[in-house]
Design a protein around this ligand. Structure first.
Ligand code: UGB
Length: 611
């Protein structure tokens, strides 16, 4: 190999280390110099000075070399290619006109819904769940990991437990031996805490071997159109996140996608870190995907104009047609340039023209595995540099390649089917993404707050919807405002996955009854039946029953229940109070709810006051 360059003055510092390094490291540095990355190594001090910093730089490069398909040089090449496109200012949607996507409307709880749920429930033993949980949650500004945040504050169930409970409930419904694989994508920001949470909670009842934690890594920032990697301080290689689309790369590079497919898994359901209602919709979503034969299906809701969820549209150009998520920052310009000169405005029903992507995806494994092999899991990368000059030559700051998990259909061939299932929003979607002040401002602007308090309120709302569908009378509490965020605080209904995974199960197990105001009802157990149960005011009723415990509950329960105590101004600033409590602005205090726990199999009766 020609190594003359190493004798140049600029590389004398580098050369002073050369013989200490492994062949692999020397080969990598040589390749990088050949790929126009000499600046990373030029002007180094001689061995003995800043050695630890140089080592960190090299370890980062070796990490990228290992993790990114075709290594650092592959990343540089991809950057150059995509930057050339960005420099041309080419509109990726040029010539495409958005039309409504192929969609199935499952917003109503009708016969179609029941049929889809029934069909979907047959698929539980052929599906896996993939949770993308690598995001830092900058908009929320929370010190811990988002999946550890309680979705509700009566029992304090963290999102991760809720997801594990749903997986366990699906397994139970398929009988002994069923294990639904659970893949969790973490990042350097979330890895340690996610694993710690799993271990501390004994995998929330799952078997450790069914949980696969894969870790996404940062990618190098790029300083210019030549794809030169950016340095911060001396010897500091700047690294940035690559996006949630990394999940595809990791499912490929870990061999998991192929392995799970080989083990009979036919669909993967991708979910986000904070969405307490997502499993309400999973059975019917699977049903729709199976019935329609979709290789890729997005769950969607009616979108509010301007909100930070992408729009799902079929983009048509001549004979070409691609159903895609148009990300929220690109939707308005696309609409203005095509079908709606006024941009992303409300239709007669008050919704945006196209259904909103909640980034819950159902992906068929056959097409998926083939695409992953073809692309090595690098899915539709893009680059979005901000330019400092009109000629688009200079970047305002270093940029990086990014990828989004919902962009997979960009790689599909025309035979592969992409569709959308539209659900009622509160039934399937409510995220906890924004810190209080921002959430309040969003709500004032007419959009969803997506805060801890509204995520909790929406979670109960979906519980109430289930009771209503079973014929229970539900009278809602008045709207309250806490820290400038308005929400309906009750009734608080938590129907655990153990109790019901499908609407039809709720209908079988609940007969009549009334719940109103800020009453609380929590049902955890497969064999609980409610007959004419009445809960008003702030009364609380909690029934927990192990498998095999059949509990019949009747009558009126009247007690002080759970009180929602709003935090005072001093408490909101008090760091001794958990951040997860302060982000809601209230805590829940048990003032004497009726709690019944059945820890042995048997037949039991719980009777309140009878009319
Ligand atoms: N995530 C990762 O795991 N790794 C990453 O590098 C980044 C994120 P955000 P955003 O449903 O509300 C998405 O940041 O910008 C995880 C869709 O693109 O919350 O709000 C992260 O942990 C958008 O179309 O995404 O936008 C979290 O679980 C719309 O659907 C998930 O990825 C929107 O979500 C999403 O990360 C929405």
């Amino acid at each position: 190999m020609q190594m003359d360059w190493l004798d140049g003055v600029a590389f004398s510092g580098l050369k002073s280390h050369w013989l200490d390094w492994s062949e692999g490291r020397r080969a990598l540095v040589t390749r990088l110099v050949g790929a126009n990355q000499g600046h990373l190594f030029e002007g180094w001090e001689l061995k003995g000075a800043s050695d630890a910093l140089k080592e960190v730089l090299l370890v980062k490069l070796e990490g990228v070399e290992r993790n990114y398909p075709r290594g650092v040089c592959g990343y540089v090449e991809n950057s150059r290619r995509l930057l050339a496109v960005a420099r041309g200012g080419e509109n990726p949607f040029e010539g495409f006109v958005p039309e409504q996507p192929d969609r199935v409307d499952v917003t109503a709880f009708d016969g179609l819904y029941d049929r889809m749920e029934a069909l979907g429930a047959e698929q539980f033993d052929r599906m896996g769940v993939v949770l993308v949980a690598g995001g830092l949650g900058e908009r929320l500004g929370f010190g811990g990991i988002k999946v550890d945040i309680p979705v509700e504050s009566v029992r304090g169930t963290p999102y991760l437990k809720l997801y594990a409970d749903a997986i366990l409930a699906m397994e139970v419904r398929m009988g002994a031996g069923c294990r639904v694989p659970f893949v969790i994508m973490v990042s350097a920001d979330t890895d340690e805490k996610t694993r710690a949470s799993l271990v501390a909670n004994e995998y929330f009842g799952l078997v450790a071997s069914q949980v696969h934690v894969v870790r996404q890594e940062l990618v190098p920032a790029v300083a210019d159109h030549e794809g030169r990697l950016a340095l911060g301080a001396r010897y500091e290689l700047l690294m940035k996140p690559h996006g949630h689309g990394d999940v595809h790369m990791l499912l490929h590079s870990s061999g998991l996608a192929r392995r799970l497919f080989g083990e009979g898994i036919r669909r993967l359901v991708f979910i986000q870190d904070t969405n307490g209602q997502v499993f309400n919709a999973v059975p019917a979503a699977l049903g729709v995907a199976v019935e329609q034969g979709y290789d890729f299906m997005s769950l969607a809701v009616n979108r509010i104009p301007g909100e930070a969820v992408g729009g799902l549209a079929k983009l048509v150009r001549g004979a070409e047609a691609l159903t895609l998520n148009v990300e929220y920052n690109q939707l308005d310009p696309l609409l203005r340039a095509t079908v709606s000169p006024e941009g992303d405005v409300a239709n007669a029903e008050g919704f945006s023209m196209f259904p909103g992507n909640i980034n819950v995806l159902v992906i068929g494994m056959e097409a998926y595995v083939a695409i992953l092999e073809e692309t090595e899991g690098v899915v539709a990368e893009f680059v979005n540099p901000k330019f400092a000059d009109e000629e688009r030559r200079v970047f305002k700051k270093p940029t990086r390649l990014e990828t989004m998990m919902q962009d997979l259909p960009k790689l599909f061939s025309p035979e592969q089917r992409v569709g959308v299932a539209v659900f009622d929003r509160s039934w399937c979607f409510s995220a906890n993404k924004n810190r209080v002040a921002d959430a309040a401002a969003r709500q004032r602007g007419g959009g969803p707050a997506e805060s801890a308090a509204t995520a909790e309120a929406d979670f109960y709302h979906a519980g109430r919807a289930r009771l209503r569908s079973a014929g229970m009378v539900v009278e809602e509490a008045d709207v309250v405002a806490v820290q400038g965020i308005s929400f309906v605080p009750g009734p608080r209904v938590v129907l655990c996955p153990s109790f019901a995974m499908r609407l039809s199960e709720v209908r079988e197990k609940v007969r009549g009854g009334v719940i109103s105001g800020e009453a609380t009802l929590i049902l955890d157990g497969a064999d609980i039946r409610l007959e004419g149960v009445e809960l008003r005011g702030r009364s609380g009723l909690v029934i927990e029953a192990v498998p095999g415990a059949c509990v019949r509950v009747r009558g009126r329960f009247e007690n002080e229940g759970f009180e929602r105590v709003v935090l005072g101004a001093d408490e909101l600033e008090d760091v001794a109070i958990a951040e997860t409590v302060r982000m809601r602005g209230y805590r829940m205090v048990d003032r004497g709810a009726a709690v019944f726990r059945f820890e042995e199999p048997g037949v039991y009766e719980v009777c309140g006051e009878l009319a």
